[in-house]
Ligand binder design. Structure first.
Ligand code: SAH
Ligand code: MG
Length: 218
């Protein structure tokens, strides 16, 4: 039970997605065997579509893990995009670098080891797509930095925003997750109420929120 949508719905939607091949399939197997929380298939498909529509030249990812979503985004890109991805766990960084080198993504994906908040503070370049997938309890703290780094027509895609349904239902809320859930709600309220932004929250995977700037009078 994902706590987000009906199991039969999730299974049906997933069944429509063709099986991955090559690198992605290998990484999916590794992630399953080693309990690495990579994006769900339907979220991967959503990212692929967004990247095809937006054609972002520069992508920022928070949370590399083994490099699965970074590689998926790189493969999905119809343009020569460059990806910067942040990960604090040293073992994950090493595994991600191995995968990135092994499969030939060295020139396309740059991994920065460190805490997202610290690294974000130091970043200066603009990004056309920001994929937030690390530190669920800190999305609200990452947001001001992400908005500073986001290009005019850029979008932020945040994963896990409904957090097993806990964000929307008290009945599902676990005591020790109260702080994370509170902060996630703050994130969703901030991106939803800010008149300069447009946000769509989608009950897919573990919940995703897509945010862009409102473009006025071009
Ligand atoms: N995006 C990946 C999965 C990321 S899982 C994929 O779909 O393939 C989340 C990762 O974020 C974990 O590897 C965890 O170590 C890392 N993480 C969690 N909090 C972090 C933080 N504050 N700064 C940097 N990395 C963090
Ligand atoms: Mg996630």
């Amino acid at each position: 039970m994902s706590g987000i949508t009906y199991d039969y719905m999730e299974q049906y939607i997933r069944s429509l997605i063709p099986r991955s091949e090559g690198i992605l399939e290998e990484l999916e197997v590794y992630a399953k065997e080693n309990s690495v929380p990579i994006i769900q298939k339907e979220v991967g498909k959503f990212l692929e579509l967004m990247i095809n529509i937006k054609k972002p030249m520069k992508i920022l990812e928070l949370g590399t893990a083994i490099g699965y979503s970074a590689i998926l985004m790189s493969i999905s890109s119809p343009v020569k995009s460059h990806i910067v991805t942040i990960e604090r766990d040293e073992n994950m960084v090493n595994t991600a670098l191995e995968n990135i080198n092994k499969y030939g993504f060295k020139d396309k994906i740059k991994v920065i080891q460190g805490d997202c908040l610290e690294v974000l503070q130091k970043l200066e370049e603009e990004f056309d797509l920001i994929f937030m997938d690390a530190g669920k309890g800190h999305y609200n703290h990452f947001l001001p930095h992400c908005l500073r780094l986001l290009s005019k027509e850029g979008i932020i895609i945040a994963d896990n925003v409904l957090f097993k349904g806990m964000v929307a239902s008290r009945d599902l809320l676990k005591r020790r997750k109260i702080t994370i859930v509170k902060r996630m709600k703050t994130y969703l309220e901030l991106v939803s109420s800010n008149k300069e932004l447009i946000t769509s929250v989608i009950p897919m995977g573990d919940g995703i929120a897509v945010t862009g700037r409102r473009i006025i009078n071009e």
